[in-house]
Design a protein around this ligand. Structure first.
Ligand code: DGY
Length: 418
């Protein structure tokens, strides 16, 4: 065990740039939003100050409207596309113009609760609290303009699950005409058969160009986007972060933030119930542009268990994972292996991601589904023993895929083993 922890630490140190970590060298040479928040959990086990710095650096680049961007381009690197010139957000330190799953609220509470240096933790949490709260409020004002209680993503990259089957139908409505010619860089670092397709990339870039043409004005982007998806996994992360922030705020005597955070979480927990599908035995995405559920059995609807959903629902999600286990050797595949669109090694269309496993297991554990939580965690360890600290893994044969020496995979292993 100690040997694996040491290897994981070495991966994290290798990707550490002092005030932020890169997900992996080559493929992702900048700071990514949810990568950082989850990686901080790993740092906290062996360097608490460094963990706080990771999150502070992220929030030092928060926009005035409250959004926290998904990439911060700290240093020039032309090994990545789309770089700052494509985003054109006009920031002094360039950033992208979209966001990512808001896992920071959860991470900060957890690091605070486990802190050995209580004084440092209180000081850091106190500073971060209003910033994270502003980000949560930004979500509900800008991505839920009609006040439904749930937020939409307007670009697949926001979900983190870039090429999920969940987006296929909606993505057909995103045009590709007029997209500036470009050269992908990801496929020179990773196997193209394990990455999104060129057709998907054209649509990713069409959306970026569309939002850039609107000056990255978040009061306009949601309504202007032909892609508006309410993802149960994404919303579950937001709900969990809001409810965790409520507890943290209460502890720190910030009663107003506590009350507002809890109110946002409560409303969303009620609303997420509308995404439940009895037929699928899991939650589904909702396509806001057409007003219908997306009948796609992917991991977004399982990650919903990360939120404090009713215990009966957590049990149903655990049962659903049991069904998935019958068609793969490792849990939890990012798409149902029996579905026709399942693609065992292609990014989010089948492979296993340790960060998602970690969040699902944590939610199940909180809801008392400990046997399934333990099983998922055991599979995580089997995967790294077989394939090293990869970006993601095949659920049938445990192939390591994507980038290697991956920061958040290492961080999750440290979490699981501690
Ligand atoms: C990528 O470039 O693959 C990222 O997922 C976008 O954030």
């Amino acid at each position: 065990t100690q040997q694996i922890i040491d290897q994981a630490k070495a991966v994290m140190r290798k990707n550490d740039h002092g005030t932020y970590t890169v997900p992996t060298h080559g493929l992702y040479p900048f700071q990514w939003n949810w990568d950082s928040a989850l990686s901080a959990l790993g740092f906290a086990h062996f360097d608490e100050a460094r963990a706080w710095t990771e999150i502070e650096t992220l929030f030092a680049h928060q926009w005035d409207d409250g959004m926290v961007p998904h990439i911060i381009f700290h240093k020039h690197d032309d090994g990545y596309f789309p770089g700052p010139e494509v985003w054109g957000t006009g920031r002094e330190v360039p950033t992208s113009g979209i966001t990512q799953p808001p896992v920071a609220g959860f991470a900060v509470r957890r690091i605070f609760d486990r802190a050995r240096d209580k004084e440092l933790a209180a000081a850091k949490a106190r500073t971060l609290l209003p910033l994270i709260h502003a980000w949560h409020q930004w979500f509900f004002s800008n991505r839920d303009p009609k006040g439904t209680g749930l937020v939409a993503i307007i670009h697949p990259w926001e979900s983190g699950r870039d090429n999920s089957v969940d987006w296929d139908t909606a993505f057909e409505r995103v045009p590709t005409d007029g997209v500036q010619p470009f050269t992908r860089r990801d496929t020179s670092h990773a196997n193209p058969a394990h990455r999104p397709t060129d057709e998907q990339y054209k649509r990713y870039i069409w959306l970026v160009e569309k939002f850039r043409s609107l000056g990255w004005d978040n009061s306009k982007l949601h309504d202007a986007s032909p892609f508006q998806i309410v993802d149960p996994g994404f919303n579950a992360i937001l709900i969990r972060s809001c409810s965790d922030l409520a507890v943290l705020a209460e502890t720190l005597g910030e009663t107003e933030i506590a009350a507002q955070s809890q109110a946002m979480a409560d409303k969303a927990i009620e609303a997420i119930e509308t995404l439940w599908s009895d037929a699928r035995g899991q939650y589904l995405c909702f396509d806001r542009s057409v007003g219908a559920l997306v009948d796609s059995p992917s991991i977004g609807g399982i990650l919903a268990a990360f939120a404090p959903i009713p215990k009966a629902r957590a049990k149903a999600v655990s049962d659903r994972i049991e069904v998935l286990a019958a068609s793969c050797n490792f849990l939890v595949p990012s798409h149902d292996p029996t579905a026709p669109e399942f693609d065992a090694l292609r990014y989010w269309r089948g492979p296993i991601w340790l960060i998602v496993n970690y969040m699902i297991a944590d939610g199940l554990e909180c809801a008392g589904q400990t046997a399934m939580a333990d099983r998922i965690n055991r599979d995580c360890l089997r995967l790294i023993e077989l394939g090293g600290f990869a970006e993601y893994y095949g659920p049938i044969n445990a192939e390591p895929c994507g980038g290697d020496a991956f920061t958040w995979t290492a961080a999750m292993v440290i979490e699981i083993l501690n």
